[in-house]
Design a protein. Structure first.
Length: 454
């Protein structure tokens, strides 16, 4: 019995020992697996840190490029591409597609400035040449005077006994000296005038260079801002009552709209109004709501009537923005031969625009252009024989030259009137008697408001 118990104890001991060996083997294997996983986790963490560092470096480079180009760090690729396309449309329209890059445009402007500097250098060179020419003429005149004095001395020695003849010769000599002195004085006067002209030319060149510098600075400032296109529609027609010649538009008090503002009407499927044919015009009569106003139809075609959904826009009225104009030439709005400059100025101001510079009827130019001036409206060239024709022609030419200096766009009077939607009214007969001229009564009576669906 004791031997059997000892045998059982041995078996148990062997089993326990085997289990212990298996347990330690499993524990060692698990520990090696955990250590391998820790090493892999550490390697993955290091790889992630390197990747994040590389991404941060690239993002910092992208942000730096944005700041150098005038964009915000928050701008995404879509914003940058949209602004780039607008900048190229506004400032790179005359460049080839392959040259529409910021650096190419800036280099072109820099080349123009360099050209102005070279012109200034050439003016200085011409001034130096004029001074050298004057010095040569002065030396030549001095030589002539010396020659005449020498001849006089020789004649005096040879004709001592002929004093009367000598007196006559002396008188002739003195007259010649006076002529030479007068010639010298005239030469000095001509040189002074030439010097003044050169100085004026130099001053003009410097002013032109300063204007170009100002235009370049303005260009760089405007490149950072959004500049809405002139051809984008301001609103649209929401409803039309052809019977009462009345329309309703989606602009109102919240859009800073005012009565008597005129709009041109274009097809609803045409996005660029500047390149589209106008189908009619309207004038705001009254404001009905934040984004609703009533307007009367001032011009349309029965073959192509104004329809709901048609686009409207005005070259003068823009929400929150004033357009600056300059007017030159004879402004005749109704072809009656009279100058309607005051009416044109009132039309611009009534629509929220600003008149910067005007050629008055007496030939005087009032106001001045600047880089804010957007359009120069060209009227008829002053007629020969008309009052103050010479002064008006000079003012006309000066304003065209100044517009070219500032890069102001020029449009004809008819283009301006078409875009404004302005149309002179025919004379109407008063039922109480008498005739009212369209030149004095520009606006018809406003139509009554008719609710939608009437």
């Amino acid at each position: 019995m004791a031997a059997r118990q000892d045998q059982t104890l041995q078996i148990v001991t062997i089993i326990v020992s085997g289990l212990a060996v298996v347990f330690f083997a499993l524990a060692a294997w698990k520990w090696s697996q955990v250590d391998a996983l820790r090493q892999e986790a550490a390697a993955a963490a290091q790889s992630e840190s390197s990747t994040k560092g590389a991404l941060n470096t690239k993002q910092n480079e992208v942000d730096a490029f944005k700041e150098m180009m005038g964009y915000k760090q928050a701008d995404n690729l879509t914003d940058v591409q949209a602004q780039f396309e607008k900048d190229m449309q506004n400032y790179g329209g005359t460049f080839a597609e392959t040259d529409r890059k910021y650096r190419v445009i800036l280099e072109t402007l820099a080349a123009e400035i360099q050209n102005s500097a070279e012109q200034e250098s050439q003016a200085k060179k011409r001034l130096e040449e004029a001074e050298a020419e004057y010095a040569a003429k002065l030396a030549q005149k001095d030589g002539q005077i010396t020659e005449f004095k020498k001849k006089f001395d020789e004649d005096a020695a040879e004709t001592a006994k002929l004093r009367s003849e000598f007196a006559e010769s002396r008188a002739a000599f003195e007259n010649k000296v006076k002529e030479l002195e007068q010639t010298l004085a005239n030469s000095r006067s001509a040189y002074a005038k030439q010097l003044d002209d050169s100085k004026q030319q130099l001053t003009s060149t410097q002013e032109t260079l300063e204007r170009k510098d100002a235009s370049l600075t303005k260009l760089m400032e405007e490149r950072k801002q959004e500049d809405p296109s002139f051809e984008v529609a301001d609103g649209r027609i929401t409803w039309v009552n052809q019977r009462n010649r009345t329309v309703w538009i989606n602009l109102g008090e919240a859009d800073s709209l005012r009565p008597q503002v005129t709009f041109s009407v274009y097809e609803q499927d045409l996005a660029d109004a500047g390149r589209s044919d106008k189908k009619g015009s309207i004038e705001v009569v009254r404001l009905l709501d934040d984004h609703l106003a009533e307007a009367r139809i001032t011009g349309d075609d029965i073959r192509e009537p104004i329809m709901p959904g048609d686009h409207i826009y005005s070259p003068v009225w823009h929400e929150g923005k004033q357009i600056h104009y300059a007017l030159t030439g004879d402004i005749d709005l109704d072809s009656d031969g009279a100058n309607d400059m005051d009416t044109a100025k009132d039309l611009i101001r009534m629509n929220g625009g600003v008149v910067d510079m005007v050629l008055e009827s007496n030939g005087e130019v009032t106001g001045e252009m600047s880089v804010e001036t957007r359009y120069l409206v060209i009227g008829d060239f002053p007629r020969s024989g008309a009052a103050n024709a010479a002064a008006k022609r000079k003012g006309y030419a000066d304003m065209e030259k100044e517009a070219a200096t500032y890069g102001v766009e020029t449009i004809t009077l008819q283009e301006f009137l078409n875009q404004m939607g302005y149309k002179p009214l025919d004379s109407t007969t008063d039922l109480k008697g008498g005739t009212k001229s369209g030149a004095k009564s520009r606006f018809r009576q406003r139509s009554a408001y008719v609710p939608i669906g009437a």
